[in-house]
Design a protein. Structure first.
Length: 272
C-alpha cells in the first residue's frame, strides 16, 4: 500500500461494538456499528465489516487500538487505551474548539472537561445506575411499545410538560405505566423522559464545569430530542456529529496513528 498509513480503532462498549479506519491519521475511510458489545461476536464483526467497506485486510492495517469496556479482550489489538482519552481525542478531531464532552453510553454517562489540544483535564461518571443511560431509554421505549428510533420524532410532537420524577429505572418504568393509564400522550411522556435524563446527566456535567464548545458523544447523541433536553438543562448549545457513536473508535484510531509515527521516528533515530 506504499507509504499510506491505515489505522483502526475498535471501541467495545457494553451494548455495541464500533470500528473505524483512518487513512494517514486524517481521513475517515469507513466505520461500522454492531449492536452487540463486550463478550459477544460484536468486536470481530465490527472489524470484519469495516475492512470489507475499504477492501483492506488486517495485514494492510498498520496499527489497531482497542478502547471501551471490553478493550482488554480484543486479540487483534496492538494497544489498549482508556475510553475517556479516546473520547477526548475523537471529539477534538471533529470539533477543535471542544471544551466539554457529554457522553451517554449504553450503561453509563460521563462528562469530560477538555483542555488545550484536546487533552482530558477532568471527568465525572455515573456507572452505578441505569437511569440516565441508553439502557434506560431502551426500557422506556419497550414500555411505550415504540422503537428507540421513534423517540426523537415523538419528542417534537409534545405539547404538554410531564414530569417523570423517579431517578430509578424500575420506579420510572412504573411511573410511565401510571401516566399511560391516566391517558397521558406518549409524545409528552417521551419528552418528560428526555428531560428526566437531562436533569441527571446535566447535574453530572455541571460538576465537571461546562464551557463552550460542548460536544455530545455516544449513541444517544443521535436522538435530537435528548440533545434539545440537555441544551435546555445546561443552557449551552450542544454540538453533535454523524460520528458521535463512533467517537471512541475515532479517538482510538488517532492514537494508533500517533503510535505508528512514534515508532517510525524511533526507528529513524536508532538507525542513525
Amino acid at each position: 500500500m506504499g507509504d499510506t498509513i491505515y489505522t483502526m480503532g475498535v471501541d467495545i462498549g457494553s451494548t455495541a461494538s464500533k470500528g473505524l479506519i483512518l487513512k494517514d491519521g486524517k481521513e475517515i475511510m469507513a466505520s461500522a456499528v454492531i449492536d452487540v458489545g463486550a463478550g459477544t461476536s460484536g468486536p470481530s464483526r465490527a472489524i470484519k465489516e469495516v475492512l470489507k467497506k475499504t477492501n483492506l485486510t488486517l495485514d494492510d492495517i498498520d496499527f489497531i487500538t482497542a478502547t471501551g469496556y471490553g478493550r482488554n479482550a480484543l486479540e487483534e489489538a496492538d494497544f489498549q487505551m482508556s475510553e475517556l482519552s479516546c473520547h477526548a481525542k475523537g471529539a477534538y478531531f471533529l470539533f477543535p474548539k471542544v471544551r466539554a464532552i457529554i457522553d451517554i453510553g449504553g450503561q453509563d454517562a460521563k462528562a469530560l472537561k477538555i483542555g488545550d489540544g484536546g487533552v482530558l483535564e477532568n471527568f465525572v461518571m455515573n456507572d452505578k445506575c441505569a437511569a440516565g443511560t441508553g439502557r434506560f431509554l431502551d426500557v422506556i421505549a419497550r414500555v411505550l411499545e415504540v422503537d428507540i428510533s421513534q423517540l426523537e420524532e415523538l419528542d417534537t410532537k409534545s405539547t404538554l410538560d410531564v414530569t417523570i420524577s423517579s431517578t430509578c429505572t424500575v420506579f420510572a418504568e412504573s411511573e410511565v405505566i401510571s401516566q399511560l393509564a391516566q391517558g397521558t400522550k406518549i409524545e409528552d411522556i417521551v419528552k418528560g423522559i428526555h428531560d428526566s435524563i437531562a436533569s441527571r446527566v446535566g447535574s453530572l456535567a455541571k460538576r465537571v464545569g461546562l464551557k463552550d464548545d460542548v460536544v455530545m458523544t455516544g449513541g444517544v447523541a443521535l436522538n435530537k430530542g435528548m440533545v434539545r433536553a440537555l441544551e435546555r438543562n445546561t443552557g449551552h448549545k450542544i454540538y453533535t456529529s454523524e460520528y458521535c457513536q463512533l467517537n471512541g473508535a475515532l479517538g482510538a484510531s488517532i492514537f494508533a496513528y500517533q503510535k505508528v509515527m512514534q515508532n517510525k521516528r524511533k526507528t529513524k533515530v536508532e538507525s542513525k
